[in-house]
Design a protein around this ligand. Sequence first.
Ligand SMILES: [Zn+2]
Length: 476
Amino acid sequence: MILYNSATRKKEEFVPREEGKVKMYTCGPTVYHFAHIGNLRSYIMEDVLEKYLRYIGYDVNRVMNITDVGHLTSDADEGEDKMLKGAKREHKSVMEIAKYYTDAFFADAEALNIKKPDTVVPATSCIDEFIRVISSLMEKGYAYEAGGNIYFDTSKLKKYYIFNDFDEEDLAVGVREGVGADENKKNKADFVLWFTKSKFDSQELKWDSPWGLGYPGWHIECSCISMKNLGEYLDIHCGGIDNAFPHHTNEIAQSEAYLGHEWCKTWFHVHHLNTATGKMSKSKGEFLTVSLLKEKGYDPLVYRLFCLQSHYRKNLMFSWENLDNAASAYDKLVSRTAALSADGEIDKAVFDECRAEFCAALDNDLNTSLALTALSGVFKKKTNGATKLALINDFDRVLGLSLADRAAKVGGEKKGAEDGAGNGTGDDAEILAAIAERAAAKSAKDYATADRIRNELLEKGITLIDTPEGTKYTKG
Ligand SMILES: [Zn+2]
C-alpha cells in the first residue's frame, strides 16, 4: 500500500517493521465536550485506514489515549486547561466530565461505524509511567526545572521542527488563543512535561512527583501510552492535522530523546473540515455534533459517506447542501442493495476484477472516493445478484456503510426502481424488508436464516419467486 507520510512529505510504500503486523497509534479525544464532526472526520478516515490494513491481511494493533487531564486550550502549552474549563462550565468534577464525554465520544463513534481501538488508555491511568519517562529525560539532560515546572529543552535536539511548515492557519493556533509567553522557558519552543507551579490553582487532579505535587503536560501522554503499549517502534501514528504541530512534533522530540532512536516511521494526518466561515472548531463556540445530525433527521452514516467522498488530505467543505447530496447518494446505494437478489453462484472472475479495482483505489494513498466509484461500478456489472451482494458486503468491511443492514431495515421500497424490475403484486414494506434480509443472509452464505425467512413468509401465504431481476412475491 502506498501512503503519504507527513514526516517525509512523500508518498511511500507502507512497510511495517514486523512483517504482517502493524502497530498503530491514534491521538484520542480530550473529553471535555462533545466531539464535533470535524474531529470525527479524522476518526472516520483513520478507521478506514485501520480496516483496510486488516482487509489486506495485516494484524493491526491500535492504541488510543483519552485526554482526561492537562490539555490546554491553546493546543500548545499555554491557555486554559480544557478539562477544568468543562468542569466549571457544567458544575461537575473533572472526573465526572471525563466519564460523561468519554461515553459520548464512543457512542458517536459507534453511530459512525468507527471501530473502537484495541486498547484505549485514559491519561490519568498512566501517571507513574509519565513520571518515569520525565525522570529519564531529566537524567539524560533533555529536560530542566524552572519556576517549579519541568520543561523539555528543544535546543538539545539536532532537529526539533518537524511538521511546522503546514499552512499558516495551523501554526497560528497557539498564537491566536495563547496568553503571554512563559518566562520560565529557555527556548521559545520548549514545552511543559510536568506542571507544579501552574496558573491553575484550582486544578482538581494532582499527583505526587519528584518535583512536587502536580500534573502532566499534554504531549507526554501520547509518547508514554504509545511506548508502553506498542513498544519502542511504532509503524503509523494518526491524528488530525491540527495536532501535527506542535503536539506531534513534541511527541517525536520526547520519544526519540528518551529512546535514542527513531520512533515512528509513518505519520498519517487528516485535514480539516471547513464551513463557509472557516475551520470547524470548538473554541469558536458553535459546532456540529452527531446528535445534531440525528435531530435533523440524518443517518450518521450519511456523514461517514460524505467524508469518504473526498480525499483525507484535502480540506473538506461542509454545508447542509453537500450533506443532502451525500444523503441522496446513500439512499441510492441502500435501495440498489435492497433490490438485489442473492441468487446464483458467485462469479469469481467478476468478483476478483471488482475487488482489484477497489484495492487499487485504496492502495493509492487511501483514495476513498475512487473506492466508492468501484462500489458503484458493482451495481452496473453484468453479473448476478449473488456476486454483487458478495462484493458489496466485502467492500463494506472497509467502507463501514452498513449497506446490507440498512437495505434489510428499510426494505426494498425502491426495489426494482433502478433497473425497472417489478415490485411483485404489492408494496408491503414488511415483505420487502424480509426479502432484503433473506438476500443479505444468502450472500453471507447463511442459508439456514434465508430458508427460515422464506418459510415464515410461506406460512403467511406469501410465496417468493427468485428471478434474474430479483426476488418477487405473490400473495394468497
Ligand atoms: Zn497525541
